[in-house]
Design a protein around this ligand. Structure first.
Ligand SMILES: Nc1ncnc2c1ncn2[C@@H]1O[C@H](COP(=O)(O)OP(=O)(O)OP(=O)(O)O)[C@@H](O)[C@H]1O
Ligand SMILES: [Mg+2]
Length: 166
Protein backbone atom coordinates (compact mmCIF):
# COMPACT_ATOMS: atom_id res chain seq x y z
CA UNK A 1 0.00 0.00 0.00
CA UNK A 2 1.63 3.26 -1.06
CA UNK A 3 1.02 6.78 0.22
CA UNK A 4 -1.53 7.76 -2.44
CA UNK A 5 -3.86 4.93 -1.47
CA UNK A 6 -6.71 5.36 0.97
CA UNK A 7 -8.50 2.04 0.72
CA UNK A 8 -7.34 -1.23 -0.81
CA UNK A 9 -9.73 -4.14 -1.17
CA UNK A 10 -8.17 -7.42 -2.25
CA UNK A 11 -9.69 -10.82 -2.88
CA UNK A 12 -12.84 -9.87 -1.01
CA UNK A 13 -15.33 -12.71 -0.64
CA UNK A 14 -18.64 -12.77 1.23
CA UNK A 15 -20.90 -15.82 1.17
CA UNK A 16 -24.20 -16.04 3.03
CA UNK A 17 -25.93 -19.27 4.06
CA UNK A 18 -28.61 -20.17 1.54
CA UNK A 19 -31.42 -19.82 4.08
CA UNK A 20 -33.36 -21.44 6.89
CA UNK A 21 -32.42 -21.59 10.55
CA UNK A 22 -29.13 -22.96 11.91
CA UNK A 23 -30.56 -26.48 11.87
CA UNK A 24 -31.56 -26.31 8.21
CA UNK A 25 -28.14 -24.82 7.44
CA UNK A 26 -26.38 -27.86 8.95
CA UNK A 27 -27.86 -29.99 6.17
CA UNK A 28 -27.89 -27.42 3.41
CA UNK A 29 -24.35 -26.24 2.76
CA UNK A 30 -25.30 -24.12 -0.23
CA UNK A 31 -24.08 -20.55 -0.14
CA UNK A 32 -25.20 -17.29 -1.72
CA UNK A 33 -22.08 -15.86 -3.29
CA UNK A 34 -22.83 -12.18 -2.68
CA UNK A 35 -19.25 -11.06 -3.37
CA UNK A 36 -16.86 -13.52 -4.95
CA UNK A 37 -13.35 -12.15 -5.07
CA UNK A 38 -13.13 -8.47 -5.90
CA UNK A 39 -10.16 -6.11 -5.89
CA UNK A 40 -10.05 -2.34 -6.07
CA UNK A 41 -8.14 0.65 -4.77
CA UNK A 42 -9.47 4.06 -3.81
CA UNK A 43 -6.83 6.75 -4.06
CA UNK A 44 -6.77 9.77 -1.75
CA UNK A 45 -8.98 12.59 -3.03
CA UNK A 46 -10.74 10.39 -5.57
CA UNK A 47 -14.24 8.95 -5.75
CA UNK A 48 -15.17 5.43 -6.78
CA UNK A 49 -18.62 4.50 -8.04
CA UNK A 50 -19.59 0.84 -7.79
CA UNK A 51 -22.21 0.04 -10.40
CA UNK A 52 -24.03 -3.23 -11.02
CA UNK A 53 -27.39 -4.88 -11.30
CA UNK A 54 -29.57 -5.46 -8.25
CA UNK A 55 -28.16 -8.27 -6.10
CA UNK A 56 -24.65 -8.01 -7.55
CA UNK A 57 -23.12 -7.32 -4.12
CA UNK A 58 -22.65 -3.52 -3.93
CA UNK A 59 -24.22 -3.07 -0.49
CA UNK A 60 -22.52 -6.21 0.83
CA UNK A 61 -19.14 -4.78 -0.28
CA UNK A 62 -19.91 -1.53 1.60
CA UNK A 63 -21.01 -3.40 4.72
CA UNK A 64 -17.82 -5.47 4.81
CA UNK A 65 -15.66 -2.35 4.35
CA UNK A 66 -17.45 -0.64 7.25
CA UNK A 67 -17.09 -3.89 9.29
CA UNK A 68 -20.85 -4.13 9.77
CA UNK A 69 -20.44 -7.73 8.60
CA UNK A 70 -17.39 -9.99 8.53
CA UNK A 71 -15.86 -11.07 5.21
CA UNK A 72 -15.62 -14.77 4.31
CA UNK A 73 -12.15 -14.08 2.89
CA UNK A 74 -10.00 -11.25 1.65
CA UNK A 75 -8.44 -8.07 2.93
CA UNK A 76 -9.57 -4.50 3.39
CA UNK A 77 -6.76 -2.09 4.11
CA UNK A 78 -7.47 1.48 5.18
CA UNK A 79 -4.40 3.66 5.46
CA UNK A 80 -2.06 1.18 7.21
CA UNK A 81 -4.68 -0.90 9.02
CA UNK A 82 -6.13 -4.24 8.02
CA UNK A 83 -9.77 -3.52 8.85
CA UNK A 84 -10.60 -7.20 9.24
CA UNK A 85 -8.11 -7.48 12.09
CA UNK A 86 -8.41 -4.25 14.06
CA UNK A 87 -9.67 -4.38 17.63
CA UNK A 88 -12.88 -2.95 19.11
CA UNK A 89 -11.31 0.31 20.36
CA UNK A 90 -9.67 0.99 17.00
CA UNK A 91 -12.88 0.04 15.22
CA UNK A 92 -14.74 2.82 17.01
CA UNK A 93 -12.09 5.34 15.92
CA UNK A 94 -12.25 4.00 12.35
CA UNK A 95 -16.02 4.52 12.30
CA UNK A 96 -15.53 8.27 12.50
CA UNK A 97 -13.85 8.02 9.10
CA UNK A 98 -15.72 5.27 7.24
CA UNK A 99 -19.50 5.49 7.27
CA UNK A 100 -22.50 4.30 5.33
CA UNK A 101 -25.05 6.72 3.93
CA UNK A 102 -28.10 4.54 3.34
CA UNK A 103 -30.16 4.98 0.20
CA UNK A 104 -33.59 5.22 1.74
CA UNK A 105 -33.92 7.75 4.56
CA UNK A 106 -37.43 6.59 5.45
CA UNK A 107 -36.09 3.21 6.58
CA UNK A 108 -32.69 4.35 7.88
CA UNK A 109 -33.91 7.12 10.21
CA UNK A 110 -35.73 6.32 13.45
CA UNK A 111 -39.11 8.00 13.07
CA UNK A 112 -39.60 8.17 16.85
CA UNK A 113 -36.59 10.45 17.28
CA UNK A 114 -36.23 14.11 16.47
CA UNK A 115 -33.66 15.23 13.90
CA UNK A 116 -31.70 16.81 16.79
CA UNK A 117 -31.53 13.52 18.72
CA UNK A 118 -30.29 11.67 15.65
CA UNK A 119 -27.55 14.22 14.95
CA UNK A 120 -26.53 14.21 18.67
CA UNK A 121 -26.10 10.47 18.95
CA UNK A 122 -22.78 10.07 17.09
CA UNK A 123 -21.37 13.17 18.81
CA UNK A 124 -21.99 11.50 22.18
CA UNK A 125 -20.97 7.97 21.17
CA UNK A 126 -17.68 9.22 19.75
CA UNK A 127 -17.21 11.68 22.63
CA UNK A 128 -16.96 14.60 20.21
CA UNK A 129 -19.12 16.79 22.44
CA UNK A 130 -19.96 16.80 26.14
CA UNK A 131 -23.62 16.92 27.12
CA UNK A 132 -23.19 20.52 28.33
CA UNK A 133 -21.95 21.79 24.99
CA UNK A 134 -24.14 19.51 22.92
CA UNK A 135 -26.96 21.94 22.39
CA UNK A 136 -24.62 24.69 21.14
CA UNK A 137 -22.94 22.23 18.73
CA UNK A 138 -26.29 21.00 17.56
CA UNK A 139 -27.69 24.44 16.87
CA UNK A 140 -24.57 25.27 14.87
CA UNK A 141 -24.87 22.13 12.72
CA UNK A 142 -28.64 22.29 12.29
CA UNK A 143 -28.40 25.96 11.26
CA UNK A 144 -26.48 24.78 8.21
CA UNK A 145 -29.40 22.57 7.19
CA UNK A 146 -32.41 24.74 8.06
CA UNK A 147 -34.02 21.69 9.74
CA UNK A 148 -35.39 22.53 13.21
CA UNK A 149 -33.79 20.32 15.92
CA UNK A 150 -37.20 19.34 17.27
CA UNK A 151 -38.44 18.25 13.88
CA UNK A 152 -39.39 14.52 13.90
CA UNK A 153 -36.95 12.56 11.75
CA UNK A 154 -39.86 11.29 9.72
CA UNK A 155 -40.51 14.76 8.36
CA UNK A 156 -36.83 15.72 7.93
CA UNK A 157 -36.26 13.13 5.24
CA UNK A 158 -36.92 15.49 2.37
CA UNK A 159 -39.06 13.01 0.48
CA UNK A 160 -42.34 13.86 -1.17
CA UNK A 161 -44.51 12.12 1.43
CA UNK A 162 -44.90 14.09 4.65
CA UNK A 163 -44.87 12.51 8.16
CA UNK A 164 -48.22 10.81 8.78
CA UNK A 165 -49.06 13.05 11.74
CA UNK A 166 -48.40 16.33 9.92
N1 LIG B 1 -27.83 -10.99 5.18
C1 LIG B 1 -27.98 -11.68 4.05
N2 LIG B 1 -28.31 -12.99 4.08
C2 LIG B 1 -28.44 -13.72 2.94
N3 LIG B 1 -28.27 -13.21 1.71
C3 LIG B 1 -27.95 -11.90 1.61
C4 LIG B 1 -27.80 -11.06 2.77
N4 LIG B 1 -27.48 -9.80 2.36
C5 LIG B 1 -27.44 -9.85 1.01
N5 LIG B 1 -27.73 -11.09 0.57
C6 LIG B 1 -27.74 -11.55 -0.83
O1 LIG B 1 -26.49 -11.21 -1.41
C7 LIG B 1 -26.65 -10.77 -2.75
C8 LIG B 1 -26.06 -9.37 -2.93
O2 LIG B 1 -26.89 -8.45 -2.25
P1 LIG B 1 -26.58 -6.89 -2.15
O3 LIG B 1 -27.62 -6.32 -1.26
O4 LIG B 1 -25.15 -6.71 -1.75
O5 LIG B 1 -26.78 -6.40 -3.66
P2 LIG B 1 -26.79 -4.91 -4.26
O6 LIG B 1 -25.82 -4.90 -5.41
O7 LIG B 1 -26.56 -3.92 -3.18
O8 LIG B 1 -28.28 -4.81 -4.82
P3 LIG B 1 -29.24 -3.50 -4.97
O9 LIG B 1 -28.80 -2.77 -6.21
O10 LIG B 1 -30.61 -4.10 -5.13
O11 LIG B 1 -29.12 -2.67 -3.73
C9 LIG B 1 -28.13 -10.87 -3.06
O12 LIG B 1 -28.35 -12.14 -3.66
C10 LIG B 1 -28.76 -10.81 -1.69
O13 LIG B 1 -30.02 -11.47 -1.66
MG1 LIG C 1 -27.73 -2.28 -2.44
Amino acid sequence: MNNDMLLEVSGLVKYFPAGGDWFAQMFDRRRIKAVDGIDFIIYKGSTLGLVGESGSGKTTTGKVIARLIEPTAGQVRYADDDLAKIKRGQLKRMRRRIQMIFQDPSTSLNRRKTAGQIVSEPLLIHKLARRKELEARLVKVMDLTAIPTRCPAASARGSASPAPWL
